[in-house]
Design a protein around this ligand. Structure first.
Ligand SMILES: [Zn+2]
Length: 64
């Protein structure tokens, strides 16, 4: 899955699928990213295919 994209570019993260809808992201083009820590306190970057997905993820997080 995600491994197909790893190594294709020098992207500083290994995610290439939208964390909301799972769509592939063209990591060579601009796309929304949020930086946050996950449940274990590990710093992570969350990529999104569109700003709509970013907003959806954001509102979902703040509503927990
Ligand atoms: Zn998406």
């Amino acid at each position: 899955m995600g491994e197909q994209c790893v190594g294709k570019t020098e992207a500083p993260f290994d995610e290439c699928a939208c964390v909301v809808c799972g769509d592939d992201i063209d990591i060579e083009s601009w796309h929304p990213i949020l930086a946050d820590t996950d449940a274990t306190g590990t710093f992570r970057l969350y990529p999104f295919c569109t700003t709509d997905c970013r907003d959806a993820w954001n509102s979902h997080r703040t509503n927990r």
